[in-house]
Design a protein around this ligand. Structure first.
Ligand SMILES: [Zn+2]
Ligand SMILES: [Zn+2]
Length: 353
């Protein structure tokens, strides 16, 4: 029996308030309206941005919500005017929409989309519209995606169609983390193949970093001088490229100071709206470049299928990134693992294909 045009009652993890465990609830997912697509989520990973929203943003106006933005699924039905997608298509939701029409979308210089911000309330990181509700209460749609749910409705500009043979429990990672990190290095910093120094205060991550190509490992806790000096000593004055992935302002400054004056490029990937970062103008005047990278500089719709192909062609590693597999019911366990830095990625099985 087709579900198209009808409300779907299904399971989702609802975050009722900040700093509390999320709760598995029965929710109602309304049919997609014009330009929208309803999808069945097959797999979703837990990303640090979900935790940031739940634990750190403290934005009470953004609750209740359904978190989750790194997922893959199958189109269930489409709203009026949608021609790009059909029921049965395999898809990855993208939190950074691409309308294809605006001056940003038409420019090769950016992956931002002007219309994205008419669809998303930037201050709350949620969609202006939401088709999700629970006990008659409207649920905010986190990042325009809300993938900790068996079904969700996304705008057609926030969805990428992928190869139908791609394994959804793996390629879901391309919806955020993998594209963000890979793109920050390749698209934004434009690194060349060379020595790669992994810096982390969690030494448990070094074995994994080696799998992904790191050649050197530095734990700032092992040194009694600032990390930028440690790196300068190791590299004859500073690294060519540094990429910050913590969202901590003191790390952002260290990353800038770690790259060599004259030509060093430092890229900020971590997101924070809570604090300002300080620096000295001389650090930039002497030739360093400081950049930021959102979603690795990839245009959502166009970048995602290419990354899926790179995985299928064995040019991109994903399997090695997944340290835990669970089901949607275990989402609080997955959140705890990430909170305690005991995982790289947990993939939650949501629906069967
Ligand atoms: Zn993310
Ligand atoms: Zn656009």
């Amino acid at each position: 029996m087709t579900t198209a045009g009808k409300v779907i009652v299904c399971k989702a993890a609802v975050a009722w308030e900040p700093n509390k465990p999320v709760k598995i609830e029965e929710i109602e997912v309304a049919p997609p309206q014009a330009d929208e697509v309803r999808i069945k989520i097959v797999a979703t990973a837990v990303c640090h941005s979900d935790l940031y929203y739940l634990l750190e943003s403290m934005n009470k106006d953004g609750f209740p919500t359904v978190l989750g933005h790194e997922a893959a699924g199958i189109v269930e039905s489409v709203g009026e005017g949608v021609t790009e997608f059909q029921p049965g298509d395999k898809v990855i939701p993208v939190f950074l929409p691409q309308c294809g029409e605006c001056r940003f979308c038409k420019s090769p210089k950016t992956n931002q989309c002007e219309t994205a911000w008419t669809l998303i309330r930037r201050d709350l990181m949620v969609s202006v519209q939401s088709r999700l509700s629970c006990n008659g209460k409207r649920l905010h749609q986190f990042a325009g995606t809300s993938t900790f749910s068996e079904y969700t409705v996304v705008h057609q500009t926030a969805l990428a169609k992928i190869d139908p043979t791609a394994p959804l429990d793996k390629v879901c990672l391309i919806g955020c983390g993998i594209s963000t990190g890979y793109g920050a290095a390749v698209n934004t910093a434009k690194v060349e193949p060379e020595r790669i120094i992994a810096v982390d205060i969690n030494a448990d991550k070094f074995e994994k970093a080696k799998v992904f190509g790191a050649t050197d490992f530095v734990n700032p806790k092992d040194h009694n001088k600032p990390i930028n000096q440690v790196l300068a000593d190791m590299t004859n004055g500073g690294v060519d490229y540094s990429i910050e992935c913590t969202g901590k302002v003191e790390v952002m400054r260290s990353a800038l100071e770690s790259c060599v004056g004259s030509w060093g490029v430092s890229v900020i990937v971590g997101w924070t709206d809570l604090y300002d970062v300080a620096f000295r103008s001389s650090q930039l005047v002497t030739g360093r470049t400081w950049k930021g990278s959102l979603f690795g500089g990839f245009k959502g719709k166009h970048g995602v299928p290419g990354m899926v192909k790179a995985y299928q062609d064995k040019k991109l590693k994903l399997d090695e990134f997944i340290t835990h597999k669970m089901t949607l019911d275990q989402v609080n366990d997955a959140i705890d693992l990430m909170k305690q830095c005991k995982c790289i990625r947990t993939v939650l099985t949501v629906c069967q294909e």
